[in-house]
Design a protein around this ligand. Structure first.
Ligand SMILES: [Zn+2]
Ligand SMILES: [Zn+2]
Ligand SMILES: [Zn+2]
Length: 499
């Protein structure tokens, strides 16, 4: 097509050239291509400068084409992959790969050694820098390298040893927990003691704990520096060391502590040498790194108890504490009133006189053993039925009247059921870090460190009892959804009406 002619490169303007001034009529046509050869028949005047082999524009084009021949004409991409990699890699190093752990790379020595830089600052300057840190961090800085230790000297360690810095010392010791599975941090001493019975530590009565301690401690009998513990019931308490062991085992591994299921116990309450009629069972589990405890306390309750009879049933004569398990705030609020109200709902039972063996046999043939039925299960009122939550610590209570089996060895003939007051308590005992830093532990014990604890804002709608029962029961049914009310709605403190 003739229209395509404009696309063709223009021919050199120098296609015509005068041969010489002496022979003006004789013109020689020199095409740009034929001039390369300078073939015969073409005479070049010696006075003129030699002709370049190609016209300047064409020469430029050829040069450009050669330089960019590896670029894709359609997409403009560089088809030369070696050049591509060259351009990417040689001048700039590759970007940091975040998937590669930085610490490993540092250990491999990729980072230039910083010792000369550290050593370039004089001692007094490093001491000034350490002065901005708290005592624990200053010691960590001094322990970071040999040079820093030489620059900072013993001053940070001496500062940490002062009694007013005890909390900083504990914080430093706690960072070593991971490296000492056979030891346990003792808080009264501020030292790690060797565990005397590793893996076999268990919940035991307070007097037995003296004989089988978790570790041998010089402060064990020092009443001024008592090991932290939480009262479960009369004669039984949970030492903080067991909270440490249970949470450590969950955090680091089984040889760091004890299995949380091994802490479950059952016992009958005693006052003096005789039984007080109450029986208790504990169960524990770890949730979110914290130790949760459930204590079920129960006692057979006769109907129509007088007020003094109720008190006799609920409170110990030894210390006027309730027989059942309570948190430190049980005196403030309605907890004991709720228990007394529940006791008024115990239904009248049929009088049970002495039966002859024949009558018993006849009865068991006719009716079978006495079993609880829906008709005999008592109902509670609107005041004592809802669960109660202590507003000042993560503890919840459920008070029930239940039919319970009487284990009586003298009557082998049949199974007997009676009504019992059952008080179930759930508590969150914290993460086992330290009695002063574990907020839940401090709150349950009523310590100063847990003074501002507000269970309703912290727990919200997630009840401890709900979490506990959902985890324990295999079918995940949990306890029936009960309303949770505050144990102390009036926010009274130090009231006398608990008794
Ligand atoms: Zn100790
Ligand atoms: Zn009631
Ligand atoms: Zn409480």
């Amino acid at each position: 097509m003739s229209g395509n002619g404009w696309l063709r490169p223009k021919k050199s303007r120098q296609k015509l050239r005068k041969r010489g001034l002496d022979n003006p009529g004789d013109l020689t046509t020199i095409s740009s291509r034929s001039s390369i050869k300078n073939g015969p028949g073409v005479s070049v005047d010696k006075d003129l400068p030699p002709l370049p082999p190609v016209a300047p524009l064409q020469a430029h084009r050829l040069k450009y084409k050669e330089a960019h021949s590896r670029i894709d004409t359609q997409r403009g991409e560089n088809r030369d992959y070696t050049a591509l990699i060259h351009a990417l890699g040689l001048e700039d190093p590759f970007d940091d790969d975040e998937s590669w752990p930085r610490r490993e790379r540092d250990e491999e020595g990729e980072r230039p050694p910083g010792e000369p830089v550290v050593a370039s600052l004089p001692s007094h300057l490093w001491t000034q820098i350490a002065g901005y840190l708290n005592p624990k961090d200053a010691v960590c800085l001094a322990l970071a390298s040999r040079t820093l230790y030489a620059r900072l000297g013993k001053a940070p360690f001496e500062a940490l040893r002062r009694p007013e810095n005890a909390s900083h010392k504990l914080a430093l010791l706690l960072t070593l927990d991971r490296y000492l599975p056979r030891h346990l941090l003792c808080f009264p001493c501020g030292k790690y003691h060797l565990r005397s019975q590793p893996g076999c530590e268990k919940l035991q009565p307070s007097d037995a704990l003296v004989r089988n301690p978790v570790f041998v401690c010089p402060n064990a009998r020092n009443m001024l520096r008592r090991a932290p513990r939480h009262r479960i019931a009369h004669g039984w308490s949970l030492p903080f060391s067991l909270v440490q062991l249970a949470t450590r085992a969950a955090r680091f591994g089984p040889h760091y502590g004890v299995d949380v299921d091994a802490l479950a116990r059952r016992w009958k309450g005693k006052s003096g040498d005789s039984e007080d009629g109450w029986s208790h069972s504990t169960r524990f589990l770890i949730h979110d790194g914290r130790l949760l405890m459930r204590v079920v306390s129960q006692c057979f309750a006769p109907p129509n108890l007088s007020p003094s009879g109720q008190r006799l049933l609920l409170f110990s004569r030894d210390d006027y504490f309730p027989y059942f398990s309570v948190c430190a705030h049980w005196r403030d609020g309605e907890l004991t009133q709720v228990c007394k109200c529940a006791l008024t709902h115990v239904p009248e039972e049929l009088p049970r006189g002495p039966q002859s063996i024949e009558a018993k046999f006849k009865n068991s043939l006719l009716m079978g053993p006495r079993r609880p039925t829906a008709a005999t299960a008592p109902t509670l009122c609107g005041f004592c039925q809802p669960m109660r939550r202590c507003p000042k610590c993560p503890t919840e209570y459920l008070i029930e009247i239940k039919l319970s089996e009487v284990r009586n060895h003298h009557h082998r003939g049949g199974v007997e059921f009676r009504h019992a007051l059952v008080v179930t308590r759930w508590s969150d005992l914290g993460d086992g870090s330290a009695p002063s830093t574990s907020l839940e532990w401090a709150a349950c014990n009523g310590d100063q460190a847990g003074a501002g604890y507000d269970s309703f804002s912290r727990l919200g709608k997630r009840a401890i009892s709900g979490i506990f029962e959902a985890k324990i029961s295999s079918d995940n049914t949990g306890i029936p959804g009960r309303r949770i009310m505050s144990m102390n709605p009036g926010n009274v403190k130090g009231g006398d009406d608990w008794y």
